[in-house]
Design a protein around this ligand. Sequence first.
Ligand SMILES: Nc1ncnc2c1ncn2[C@@H]1O[C@H](COP(=O)(O)OP(=O)(O)OP(=O)(O)O)[C@@H](O)[C@H]1O
Ligand SMILES: [Mg+2]
Length: 333
Amino acid sequence: MPLLEIKNLVTAFHTPAGRVPAVDGVSLSINRGTTLGLVGESGCGKSVTALSILRLVSAPGVIESGEILLENGGSTQNLVTLGERELCRVRGGRIGMIFQEPMTSLNPVFTLGDQIAEAVHLHEKVSRAEARLRSLEMLKLVRMADPEQRLHEYPHQLSGGMRQRVMIAMALVCRPDLVIADEPTTALDVTIQAQILDLLSAVRKRLSTAILLITHDLGVVAETCDEVAVMYAGKIVERAPTAELFSRPLHPYTIGLIAARPTPGASRSVPLRTIPGMVPLPNNFPSGCRFHPRCAYAQFPRCQTEPAELREVTPGHFVRCHFAGELDVPQNH
Ligand SMILES: Nc1ncnc2c1ncn2[C@@H]1O[C@H](COP(=O)(O)OP(=O)(O)OP(=O)(O)O)[C@@H](O)[C@H]1O
Ligand SMILES: [Mg+2]
């Protein structure tokens, strides 16, 4: 049984200009202790997917349909319909969160020690001394120098990389089964990014936490993820184990992303925006296959009129393209 299984999730914003289906039928699953990378260009719906898992999408956004099943001692809980009280136990308890900009998630008026301890108190009945000890343990785990000293410091006294370490410590202090990391390194400079990613990998191995890693950086995915899901215009267009996806990408969009990938040795943070054409906006998705206006392999009229379904082309490799497996594309061995 997967730890988390998302089935046909639809999350839309109801704006004065009309319905905006940012996430439009997404299905994903994450097994215990594994890392799933969710990639795609800006605006494709990655963050809305992550926020939907925790039911943190704010108005006018609504989860319209679908299921988000979290494994729970042999059975599952559907997070879409779960009561608010139980949901609070899941948030920060069974599922931890790390966001892009740590400064907006840390409270400037409390010490780091108090904030990490607060995360423990929210979910577990422990003494103050025990919560402090756990906070200290976590700061050591995320390799903060002078952890004892740090407990008494405030967020503004830390560098960006150190703040992100504190966020990781907070996300992990209740030993969650899953951590959602939404662009956890985008705001950091390149060398610090590498350190934070290495740290996440090390911590994951140590605690056997599953990670949903959201990024638009394929280099990051190649180095850290077991599986990859590629998102385009509110839908998953390809899903496969990482090595398979990079050696045999089957969706023209993924092929384009990989071709546009910075060469080894280049900065890890170069964004992938070099596929010709614009990312469609959710209030105006193209008909048929949503990628067809940018697709070098599109065949007309089929690609323009008939939506493609996600299908399993080879075992464990899912692709949303009418011609997946039949295209004559260069392979990367
Ligand atoms: N409050 C809102 N009202 C209307 N539309 C919204 C709102 N929030 C997000 N959207 C739309 O949802 C779509 C998906 O946004 P999302 O933040 O999930 O993208 P993303 O893939 O995380 O992009 P990025 O890589 O830039 O973080 C966007 O096209 C955006 O226009
Ligand atoms: Mg985002």
